[in-house]
Design a binder for this molecule. Structure first.
Ligand SMILES: Cc1cc2nc3c(=O)[nH]c(=O)nc-3n(C[C@H](O)[C@H](O)[C@H](O)COP(=O)(O)O)c2cc1C
Length: 224
């Protein structure tokens, strides 16, 4: 963390300092929102902000009822933004019915927010397995034990299920559960929000221009 970032954290109790943040000019932002996202994400990781990869994931059921929860951003590439979860969970029931999602990253000390909207698709099992095996063994066992979003009789029942999984896989590598894996959010709209003094914030929106799969983006500045 740089000295200036430490100062920001201490003086603002993590809230950031208006006026110390530089604005977001079109020329500096460039034409590729993934590149800009990566630059902001790197900056967030170096800023001392807690869990820079934490983001809100919003989904909606087929009748349009929204729900939101936190997930961790585990990768960004030319396809989009990747997170991992239990495919039987409530969020995935929504995504099966309505394969569109919105993500929000918020980096308090930098006074930055990124809003991503797009379509979703599952990562292949091979890609999910590679990530799954980077997790600690305890988390791997936890994934087997948890029927995420389903009702549980008691906490003890969960602990028992974790013990059973531990027993089952003793002395061997924990395999990828068939009900667990990743999603890629393929962005169609990405908004970069930079907080500035007097609420005269910057908002630059990148929207796919023309053909959905052609990688050109139209940039628009919005009122804060
Ligand atoms: C900071 C944070 C990060 C989280 N990351 C994940 C994640 O990457 N994947 C996941 O399935 N749940 C994650 N969770 C738990 C989810 O917020 C949520 O409780 C869970 O996925 C069930 O959501 P659902 O019932 O809407 O499907 C995280 C929670 C917090 C607070």
């Amino acid at each position: 963390m740089s000295l200036l970032d430490k100062l920001r954290l201490v003086l603002s109790l993590g809230q950031g300092i208006k006026g110390l943040t530089k604005g977001l000019a079109e020329a500096e932002a460039g034409t590729d929102p993934i590149e800009l996202f990566n630059a902001w994400f790197d900056r967030a990781k170096g800023s001392g902000v807690a869990l820079p990869e934490a983001m809100t994931l919003a989904t909606a059921s087929k009748d349009g009822a929204p729900s939101a929860r936190m997930v961790l951003l585990k990768g960004v590439d030319e396809r989009g933004f990747i997170f991992y979860t239990n495919y039987d969970s409530r969020k995935c029931r929504d995504l099966d019915e309505n394969p569109r999602a919105a993500l929000v990253c918020h980096w308090t000390v930098l006074q930055r927010q990124v809003r991503i909207e797009g379509t979703v698709e599952r990562t292949g099992a091979e890609e999910s397995a590679v990530y799954f095996h980077t997790r600690g063994r305890g988390s791997q066992i936890g994934a087997w034990a948890s029927a995420q979003s389903a009702a549980l009789e008691s906490y003890d029942q969960l602990v028992r299920k974790a013990k059973d999984a531990e027993e089952k896989f003793r002395g061997q590598e924990v395999p990828l559960p068939p009900f667990w894996g990743g999603y890629v959010v393929r962005p169609t709209r990405i908004e970069f929000w930079q907080g500035r003094a007097n609420r005269l914030h910057d908002r630059l929106v990148y929207e796919r221009d023309g053909d959905e799969w052609k990688l050109t983006w139209k940039v628009t500045r919005l009122n804060p």
